[in-house]
Write a protein that binds this ligand. Sequence first.
Ligand code: ATP
Length: 337
Amino acid sequence: MNNYEKLSVVGRGAHGICYLCRRADGEKVIVKQIPVDGMSAQEKQATLGEVKLLQMLGHPNIIGYYENFIEDSALCIVMQYAQGGTLCDMLEQRSGCLMDEERILHYFTQIVLSLHHLHSKQILHRDLKTQNILLNRARTICKLSDFGISKHLETHSRASTVIGTPSYLSPEICEGRAYNHKSDLWSLGCILYEMVTLKRAFDAPTFPALVMKITKGKFDPVGDHVSAPLKSLISSLLNLNENRRPELRDILTSPLMVPVALRLTLEMGTVSLPAPIKPGQLTPNIAQRLRTRPDNRLSQHMTPRTKYDFVRQRIVTWDSGMKNLVELTLSSTSTPV
Ligand SMILES: Nc1ncnc2c1ncn2[C@@H]1O[C@H](COP(=O)(O)OP(=O)(O)OP(=O)(O)O)[C@@H](O)[C@H]1O
């Protein structure tokens, strides 16, 4: 931790404490410290390996991971600081003032794009919730965080069920069945529900009562301030039968999401991401690159025709035999500013 000056505690999770720190180059970063004294050397290695994998996940909607190390029996993960706090905080601060559909879809599409990127690398999130979706200072960009390593940490956490929130658990997990990519889709449905209603889809005063609600799959109606397709998306994600939940690519290519996904591709396609670096390698230039910001220059100077070509280049269309699938390749459009 010699390279990091601790400034404050920004939060505590089931697995560790998150500190806001100042790095040697002046940049503010988050250092998450997770006690690993109960782990075998092999397990520590596996956890470090998982974190290394996260470092390679360059995506505008996934928090940037800079480095990790073990010091004083704690795994320290150094990551990008999201100044806008969590989606959970943001929803709470609205004090009951519902968001309009455009705004909901603006956030939700980014979450879907980040999860799609993760799943395309064969990584499951396993702990999707509004507390794990971070926001930039302007609260316009969502960044997914806190994933991948959870399966290694579960067995060593002191009280994950007590500290963490089980509201986003899928029915298959409540029933003791295996976690699969569709379990992430259930949690995604819980997040969408919460953005629409500002309430949890499933909530109860005790864990058994919560499990009962989740396994029945009954949630309060979302109200009429959002469209029928959005309501039906929530119902399809919160389907008790995981096989009937939609695939992420089906969500992204639905008429509800395509316009938003294309707009985001245009506006955020060049958001620069931090490259994994070692503290000694920092230069002011790199420090500047670590700040993510949408690059609007591109769309400002484009004619409608070039915009169209630009979007087309970033979309891969192929025939699956059953229907045409359009996959957005936002991740490949990230270039340093
Ligand atoms: N990169 C970050 N930027 C800003 N704040 C962060 C960042 N990472 C975490 N936080 C803050 O720290 C809190 C705790 O985060 P942490 O990842 O340790 O736990 P959690 O996700 O809330 O719960 P758990 O680890 O139990 O799933 C978050 O809720 C958030 O307020």
